[in-house]
Design a protein around this ligand. Sequence first.
Ligand code: NAD
Length: 276
Amino acid sequence: MHDIMNSHDVIQLVVAGAAGRMGRCVLEAVAIDSRFEIAAALVAQNDSRAGTEIEVGHRRVRLANHWTPHKQSTSTQHPMTALIDFTVAVGTMHWLPVCEEFRVPMVIGSTGHDESQVAKIRRAAEYIPILMAANFSTGLRVLLRLLPQFLRGLGTDTDIEIVETHHRRKIDAPSGTAREILKSLRGNSDENADIIHGRHGATGPRNAGQIGIHSVRLGDAVGTHAIHFGLKGETITVRHTAQSREAFAVGALDAAAWLVHQPPGFYTTIDLPLPE
Ligand code: NAD
């Protein structure tokens, strides 16, 4: 997978959320990926672990709560540097202006951003390349591309329910991936029209065209998304299950390796080339 490269080709990677579940997983994936070197492993500003070291593979990595790359000219992109963000929505908003100021491409894996935060991210993408995705796994990426075609085949009289399952410590619902699935199913029409989050009480019959979204929180489940399609006399379920976080971490690294060569713009995993 990795070509022989000289040291100028090695991407200096900054990992925000380095002490979290995903951040650690990215650091572990970087330890065996010759495309990258760790430039910084960032924790939250008030995190007492800043200045301490954590074990990653056979190496120790120092955690920091600040990072300033060498300043470039204000118009050019920082050469071969990228930041991967697996924090929380406010964590993204903390590192976004730093990336914008120093022209550092940003891969955003955090979820739970509100509309105004997404608008700020899109504005920053006028100056730097930003790739934002709620799910970096290859299988989900391929599924998102296929869903519109699949639904066209089933026709408009199809009931759809999305059920997502994640670990008990997840702090946002529905998952960012469930939202991306919704977006892919709704295409150009208003993705938020007639969405129902769970059902309770005298709901009455299901509206035609409604999409149900249900969030299940269980133990240490990494992430499952089931999309149920109901027609007359038959149902179909398409299910994606992440068995480990490694699939997300490797996908985020592939995204960073691609992004450092792109012009400023807002990208998603749909823009990434499919695996060969
Ligand atoms: P986690 O809680 O284990 O880790 C998040 C870490 O970010 C915590 O250690 C927290 O202290 C830290 N943090 C908060 N603010 C920060 C800041 N300003 N700077 C640096 N670090 C900061 O959570 P997790 O399970 O690792 O998930 C992180 C995010 O990634 C969540 O939003 C989750 O939904 C998302 N996620 C995305 C994918 C994907 O493929 N895109 C996959 C899994 C999880």
